[in-house]
Design a protein around this ligand. Structure first.
Ligand code: F6P
Length: 739
């Protein structure tokens, strides 16, 4: 109210000052215009009256002079005439009888200057214009003639201008004030009121309320800030509740908070350094705008929550086309963009490095070498050369960042950096180094075909700890070392001793960020219709597959199984659709672009075969999808199908399980994915056995809700108790315990 009054008062004063200024200007110009008109008019009258001067003076000198002057005044609409001879001799008419005193000053001025003079005087409170014509002639003794004209009308006009402008000012001030009050009320007070109510509701309510934010662009920065604060508060509250629940249940479930506290204790505020080739956030250009995306990678799904919980540094290759524009002068950027928790350092690769290190040695050599998926590895000398160069580049970056630490903790990710542990070890003998191999490790005979087998093993053994997803892969690795290197392999504690140093080889089945809090989350269920509508498909049920398009994922086998399922169960035609989300990956490599064409052709062929109006057997969505885009498909599907021909772990299987908060839905899982060692509630399949996979689809669709619930509960319990925080805690504790 006080703000309103002050504002209105200010508006009235401001408009008043402007109006007064304009009126003042208008009045002075109006006054001078009217005065000059009066002067011109009076001069004209004087000329007419004195047209016949001798007659005029004759009449003046006659006995009827007063009468004569009255008649002239009447004729020319004058108030009066005064003829001045000298101070003792003045002839005047009725009106001018008493005006000689008021006029003499001007008469003298006119006589002295020998020119006509006009001026305004006030007679009985009224404005009168006097015009004096001096006269110098020998024959007539008259000195000056004064003509009096009514000038009161000028004052009246001026007064009316003042009055009109005052009314105008009043109306303007009234309307401007009114509009201002309405704008303030509707445009400012109401949105603020809504935001305040929303903030109150959010403070006391659930995270769902955070999403129901008041609309409108105005105040949106404030809304964003409140949203962020509310989110942080809600998370803190949920964490506290979760911790309390854990204490009550005496359970040992890891959470981000627990990991953070534990790491603070163990690392004594030292930061963790993660190194990987793929970066957790990629800036890409879309038209004129720059978007920040999370690339499709199980490794990122797993590692990101750890850095979010503990902070630290992540060193990775910058490969987004707008990455360079998004870093500071040290090539660093704080991420996640909305809520920075750790630092990402981007290293840049030349075209040759990318061609030979990433596409060549890593993905045409090591990737097919480690995945038994019937794609021959290719080993080229130049690829190996650049593999070493890029490993050296990353080693240099790690050493730079840890220059003032004698014993930094370094977590290296994956097959792109087999040489990195040894390169860092040479310069920093006391560093604590772990490398986690996210893909399978094949048997020694298979690995032995790599021409640089010994160099790769030596590089890896520079670490204190080499981690795999399963014990099976650890055993293969130990066998490979045993076969290829002079070393002492211990099968008792799964270690390799070489050159006085010991490296431990341990399994750490990787997982996702899933805690008791997520277990209870009320996930909104979307129907297949809602999801399929935009693709013009109508189906009662859907199945879902989410993969990078890679020949190891068994996508063609999956599609053949779907085809066989429809052959065997035609009643599902028109009722069931399989949705395959496929993120294109490494498409510059021929074997990868071949898979893209293969699965597109297969999907088209199968869809054509079972063609029906408004329905498709397979909906292939071939593009990168964000986690938020994938979640509704997970929750709407009857089952998820993972058919990897060989896979380290496969986190899609775990993500699907985590999304099923009603303990429904089924998981069809390849026995060649690491996840099959943990998720016993899944329908385990051999992806090469098309017939059984078709049956597994039928089983997934027709399984009783009770059985689905029982299986899903088992799997969710596994994902909960062995989540990514427990993975990180176990791995880091193992690393720290190595002396
Ligand atoms: O999980 C194995 C892995 O190679 C990761 O290292 C990688 O980020 C992911 O698959 C996706 O592959 P890319 O980074 O080559 O797209």
């Amino acid at each position: 109210m006080r703000i309103n009054l002050a504002l209105i008062f200010s508006i009235i004063i401001a408009i008043g000052i402007v109006a007064f200024g304009f009126t003042f200007f208008q009045i002075s110009s109006e006054r001078s215009k009217l005065s000059s008109e009066l002067e011109t008019r009076t001069t004209g009258v004087v000329e007419k009256v004195l047209e016949n001067e001798s007659l005029f003076y004759a009449r003046i000198n006659s006995a009827s002079a007063g009468h004569f002057m009255d008649s002239i005044a009447n004729k020319y609409n004058l108030l009066g005439i005064l003829v001045y001879f000298n101070s003792d001799s003045i002839i005047s008419n009725n009106f001018s009888d008493n005006l000689a005193g008021l006029s003499t000053k001007y008469i003298f001025q006119a006589i002295a200057s020998e020119s006509s003079l006009g001026n305004f005087i006030t007679v009985d409170g009224k404005s009168v214009y006097l015009f004096i014509k001096p006269r110098k002639s020998d024959d007539i003794s008259v000195s000056a003639i004064v003509f009096y004209t009514d000038a009161e009308y000028i004052e009246k006009i001026i007064k009316s201008i003042w009055f009109r402008n005052f009314i105008r000012w009043f109306i303007q001030a009234f309307f401007v004030s009114l509009v201002t009050i309405l704008v303030i009320r509707w445009g400012i007070f109401n949105p603020i009121k809504k935001i305040v109510n929303w903030a109150k509701a959010v403070r006391t309510g659930s995270s769902e309320l955070i999403k129901q934010q008041p609309q409108g662009k105005f105040l949106s920065p404030l809304r964003k800030e409140i949203e962020y604060i509310a989110k942080v508060m809600y998370e803190a509250k949920a964490n506290a509740e979760e911790e309390a629940r854990l204490r009550t249940n005496a359970e040992a479930i890891w959470t981000s908070e627990r990991l953070k506290a534990e790491m603070k204790n163990l690392l004594h505020d030292k930061k963790i350094i993660v190194v990987s080739n793929r970066e957790p956030y990629m800036h890409i250009r879309e038209g004129k705008i720059i978007r920040c995306i999370v690339p499709a990678s199980g490794m990122i799904t797993a590692l990101e929550p750890i850095l979010k919980a503990c902070g630290g540094l992540w060193i990775a290759s910058g490969t987004g086309d707008a990455d360079k524009e998004s870093v500071d002068k040290n090539d660093k950027v704080q991420v996640p963009p909305d809520e920075p928790k750790y630092t990402l350092i981007r290293l840049w690769q030349t075209k040759e490095e990318e061609d030979h290190f990433y596409y060549g040695f890593s993905n045409e050599g090591l990737w097919p070498l480690c995945h038994i998926a019937h794609t021959r590895p290719v080993f080229r000398k130049e690829d190996w050369h650049y593999y070493r160069i890029v490993n050296e580049k990353f080693a240099k970056a790690v050493l730079n960042e840890t220059a003032d630490e004698e014993k930094p903790y370094i977590l290296i990710q994956d097959y792109h950096f087999a040489l990195l542990p040894e390169l860092i070890r040479k310069e920093k003998p006391n560093a604590k180094i772990a490398i986690f191999w996210h893909i399978p490790w094949p048997n020694p005979e298979s690995f032995g075909i790599c021409p640089w087998e010994r160099e790769i093993l030596t590089g890896l053994l520079g670490a204190d700890l080499v981690g795999f997803h399963t014990q099976y892969h650890c055993n293969h690795f130990l066998d490979t070392v045993n076969n290829a290197l002079e070393s002492r392999v211990s099968w008792e504690n799964f270690s390799v001793k070489r050159g006085g140093r010991t490296t431990f080889i341990k399994p750490f089945p990787i997982s996702i960020a899933f805690t008791l809090r997520d277990m209870d989350n009320d996930v909104k269920r979307i129907t297949p219709d809602q999801l399929l509508n935009e693709y013009g498909i109508v189906a009662q049920n859907i199945g879902i597959g989410v993969d990078r398009i890679d020949y190891t994922k068994g996508l063609a086998e999956k599609f053949l199984a779907i085809e066989r399922f429809f052959e065997k169960n035609p009643s599902y035609i028109g009722k069931f659709t399989f949705v395959q989300i496929g993120a294109p990956s490494r498409t510059l490599i021929k074997s990868y672009s071949d898979v893209v064409s293969l699965i597109e052709n297969e999907a088209n062929r199968i869809n054509w075969r079972f063609k029906s109006k408004n329905w498709k057997a397979i909906l292939l969505l071939k593009r990168h999808h964000s986690h938020e885009e994938i979640t509704p498909f997970y929750s709407a599907a009857e089952f998820c199908m993972v058919t990897s021909l060989h896979d380290g772990m496969n986190l899609v299987a775990k993500e699907f399980v985590a999304s099923r908060n009603n303990n429904d839905g089924a998981l069809i899982l390849s026995r060649f994915a690491g996840a099959s060692h943990e998720l016993h509630g899944a329908i385990i399949v051999n992806p090469y056995d098309i017939e059984r996979m078709a049956d597994a689809i039928k089983l997934a669709l027709e399984m009783t809700p009770e059985e689905k619930c029982q299986r899903m509960k088992q799997m969710r319990q596994v994902v909960l108790t062995q989540n990514i925080y427990s993975w990180a805690a176990t791995l880091l504790k193992t690393l720290i315990s190595i002396t």
